[in-house]
Design a binder for this molecule. Sequence first.
Ligand code: 3PG
Length: 411
Amino acid sequence: MGSFATLDQFADRFAEASVLVRLDLNSPIEDGTVQDNRRFERHARTVSELAADGHRVICLAHQGRPGRDDFTHLDQHADVFSEHLDQQIAFVADVHGEDAVAAIEDADPGEVVLLDNVRMVEDELADREPAEHAESDLVSQLAAPADAYINDAYSAAHRTHASLVGFPYVLPAYAGRVMETEYEANSAIARRSFDGKVTMVLGGTKATDVIGVMDAIGDKVDRFCLGGIVGELFLRARGNPVGVDLPGEGTALFGEQWERNEETIRSMLEERGDQIRLPVDLAYVGEDGERAEVDVEDIDEKITPFPDVGTQTVRNYREEIVDSEAVFVKGALGLFEDERFSEGTVGVLEAIAETDCFSVVGGGDTSRAIGMYWLDEDSFSHVSIAGGAYIKALTGEPLVAIEVLEANEPE
Ligand code: 3PG
């Protein structure tokens, strides 16, 4: 465990405190509607614990970024979050002005308030060092009426933003339950040593991120099982004619990621090809619109997308998983949202669920497959709600908001 204080130490010291709690409620927005997801459910555990103990809970969170379509106020988030808390929470359309300060001063024991999107004020995203953020108006005006700060936003902990790194310099600061459990599970590969085989299943569309992970922790992993975009790029490097964008598809998925990573992929295959398992077959849409499969060695030219790995590949990956002591998953092996192409992603998750290995499943997409295909979340050691922070943790890089909590641990 990192040497930061948790809610256990907070509970020993405070009663009916006015506490600022940084959450990560950043969510997909479809047709203007905030989509419910695991982040609400997980943060509700931290917030209910605090409210049940009689604290006055003032939540801070962000949504999107200025200039993006998903940049919006948090009024809908307050409603979705209320359902998970079984308690109506008050939304205050202000971040650190008079209304926000009054909301902190006036909150009753057990009350929960959500302030507006912290990214709506410039201080939040200003390019400053953590200690400088502590002097910003955002931090000083909110800290004045508050007794303590809790950071539960593990999935944003790689960002040097005011509400994530400033408060620990001016208030007693603690890690919330989400922060604590995510840290423990996601950094296990960097911090723990496993006696048995360690396997990583990597897929999704962000091949560059995944290759970065492979590069950083190659010495801690016995087997990498690849699918998705990264799987095709490795096959291409090995000489199979896949891993290219088809006309009309743009170049971002394969072309640009190939340019960027070709050299690294080739040297990985050369230096530690034994560690890397690649698809032996791939799935595509057949003439009748159903799933069809082809052996990788029978592909002469890529004329159709391959939205999933094939059945034999899934069998091979299952074999790797069942005798592993630890399995980490990042990114889906196929487009599982389309049931025809869910075999790779779901097959791997089922294999993990059937074994009693230590397992961490991360990345928003992959964890969504767990709910979609009725897998039991409890069959996994941990299902992460983080994206970028999970990638950083896998590579062993420190997360700045956690470093700040550690550096300012209350006495
Ligand atoms: C996330 O959704 O991964 C976090 O909230 C971080 O969001 P960001 O990438 O916009 O900083």
